[in-house]
Design a protein around this ligand. Structure first.
Ligand code: NAP
Length: 337
């Protein structure tokens, strides 16, 4: 057995390209004391993968020459560690490789749920939990309120849109290009969609929100955050989830006009969060949230939106393309099994 790895050969100084990665085959890893040998089934491809290349965030900065970091789902192949046996399905962050010897303390056994394993990433993993806590806990949306969501056709965004409808909001989605906007209104069921790549974006956003914006779920920062800020109603809430418009560049732009002036005059609340905040030290909250998500799936109110690429060799392109807006829903790479 060999282990195929995707190495981040060098850090990008501007836009990320497939050429920043290289593939290598190395001998099968051997599990040491306290470690479990796992075989990768899926890689989670996330916008945050690129943010980690910009420097330390809530996780340490990436360096050239490492196995590319990222969330993973796999199957235990060998284990002498209590609590893990061959065949167990586990999640972790052992990065872009087909096999790994992982410290058992860094693995979580997956709660079995009906449906394909990919749903663990699209419906019950970090993505959906980010949408769940970042919308429902951070902003507490009320029926009849206008909720605006950016990167709305993406992994986190599509779940926020669906949860916003469940909460009884009027949901206005922001996405790149007419095809995504049509998908959001016709397939996902949002009330309106606005194309941020269109020259008339600001005007179109105003027109789509005739009663103003009560809640803005911000996945992107930059000019789109700026446009949303000017449309916010008094006492509006902004959930700062991420800044994807500033990840794939060597020179991120400063924050938009209106901060802090509009926060003051409109009495806005703008709150950043990291999803783990909501369940670190209190794992029961994570399970509660997953159970509530599962109940909405059973009731036909929440559905998975997945964007799956095949084979570990596809991982570099999967990330580069996601940053360019190529995905609809949760992007992942199916590795094996
Ligand atoms: N706070 C947390 O705990 C947490 C956890 C997970 C994720 N996040 C954040 O959630 C956000 C979404 O991440 P994801 O992994 O779900 O990715 P994603 O939304 O599936 O993919 C990224 C999307 O960003 C959009 N985009 C790229 N460049 C843009 C730009 N310049 N302006 C506007 N939109 C742009 C693209 O959609 P369009 O084609 O529509 O432009 C692309 O599809 C990220 O900011 C990420 O950091 C935060």
């Amino acid at each position: 057995m060999t282990n195929r790895q995707v190495i981040l050969a060098e850090l990008p100084t501007d836009r990320l390209e497939v050429g920043h990665f290289r593939l290598q085959d190395v001998p099968d890893p051997v599990a040491g004391p306290g470690q479990v040998l796992v075989a990768t089934r899926y890689l989670s491809i996330d916008a945050a993968n690129r943010a980690w290349m910009q420097g330390a965030t809530y996780t340490s900065a990436l360096e050239g020459g490492q196995v590319m970091a990222g969330g993973t789902i796999g199957e235990v192949v060998e284990s002498d560690v209590a609590g893990f046996t061959a065949g167990d399905l586990v999640e972790g962050a052992w990065g872009w490789q087909t096999r790994a010897a992982v410290d058992a303390r860094q693995l979580h056994r997956l709660t079995p749920r009906p449906g394909p394993l990919s749903h663990q990433l699209s419906l019950y993993g970090t993505t959906a939990l980010t949408a769940y806590f970042g919308l429902l806990e951070v902003t507490r949306p009320q029926p009849g309120e206008t909720l605006v969501v950016s990167a709305a056709a993406g992994a986190v965004g599509n779940v926020v849109c669906q949860l916003g409808k469940i909460a009884g909001c009027r949901v206005v989605a922001i996405a790149g290009g007419p095809a995504k906007c049509a998908w959001l209104t016709d397939e996902l069921g949002v009330d309106a969609a606005v194309d941020h790549r269109d020259g008339g974006f600001r005007k179109a956003l105003r027109a789509a929100c005739p009663d103003g914006i009560d809640v803005y779920f911000d996945n992107v920062g930059g000019d789109i955050l700026g446009a949303a800020l000017f449309g916010m109603n008094l006492h509006g809430r902004i959930s700062c989830c991420g800044v994807v418009s500033q990840y794939d560049t060597g020179s991120p732009a400063p924050g938009p006009r209106g901060v802090p002036g509009l926060l003051v005059t409109k009495r806005l609340t703008m709150r950043g969060f990291i999803v783990m905040d909501f369940y670190d030290g209190e794992p029961a909250r994570k399970v509660e949230a997953q159970n509530e998500l599962a109940a909405w799936v059973d009731a036909g109110k929440l559905r998975p939106v997945e964007d799956v690429m095949e084979g570990i060799d596809a991982a570099p392109h999967a990330l580069v393309d996601l940053l360019a807006g190529g995905n609809v829903g949760k992007r992942m790479v199916h590795v094996a099994g």
